[in-house]
Design a protein around this ligand. Structure first.
Ligand code: COA
Length: 185
């Protein structure tokens, strides 16, 4: 199966009609608005300032080039959120690991959409023979911690006070899931 045959999945239930599909250029500005809302209002992103259209284009390109991927959750016709993965670290030796991102519009949280979106993202990672996925999560982000634990991620690292935002030190937790048991790359 090629990756383009995947990620057009419908999920009924969830009191609505959920489609998970690849992000397209037409989704870019809605995704940017969802992300920038988080930048302005929470510590789920450690950015201090909203990303410009050019910076967001870079994010989009990083997550849609090569073997990387960005998915959109469309709920009853509206873009409810997105998830993607891109390089964990740039050096060649990290090529079999990716880092994920997932952001939902606040209006669509808490009804199971994030869970389905993350499951589909992990399925995409498996399709691309990704061995390991890392999630870097602010320690106070209980929703993301719960979401990732629920999907099988385990906490593997803690970096106390490694950053700051809104005048407070932030602690970063590293979560990881290993997707296959192949003994060698
Ligand atoms: C994190 C986020 C993507 C979760 O998406 P969601 O659609 O609200 O989550 P779901 O409704 O699918 O919940 C899935 C699981 O996540 C956990 N979870 C979700 N919201 C939670 C909360 N507020 N507190 C604790 N756990 C929570 C639960 O384990 C839940 O499973 P359960 O309902 O079976 O107990 C969403 O809250 C979000 O976009 N937050 C802001 C951005 C963000 O933090 N992104 C991650 C950056 S690392």
């Amino acid at each position: 199966m090629t990756s383009s045959e995947f990620a057009h999945n419908h999920f009924r239930g969830l009191t609505g009609d959920l489609t998970i599909r690849y992000a397209t250029d037409a989704d870019r500005s809605t995704m940017q608005a969802i992300f920038n809302h988080e930048v302005a209002s929470s510590t789920s992103s450690w950015e201090w300032l909203p990303l410009s259209t050019e910076d967001w284009q870079t994010w989009f390109d990083d997550h849609t080039s090569g073997d990387y991927v960005a998915l959109v959750a469309q709920f009853d016709g509206q873009v409810a959120g997105f998830a993607g993965f891109s390089a964990f670290r740039p050096k060649a030796g990290y090529a079999s690991t990716v880092e994920d991102s997932i952001f939902l519009d606040p209006a669509f949280r808490g009804r199971g959409i994030g869970k389905v979106l993350l499951q589909q993202l992990l399925a995409e990672a498996r399709l691309r023979s990704v061995h390991s996925v890392v999630a870097a999560i602010t320690s106070e982000n209980l929703a993301s911690i719960g979401l990732h634990r629920n999907a099988g991620f385990q906490e593997v690292g803690r970096l106390p006070q490694v950053g700051h935002k809104f005048g407070r030190w932030l602690t970063l937790l590293l979560f990881q899931i290993i997707l296959d048991d192949r003994p060698a790359p």
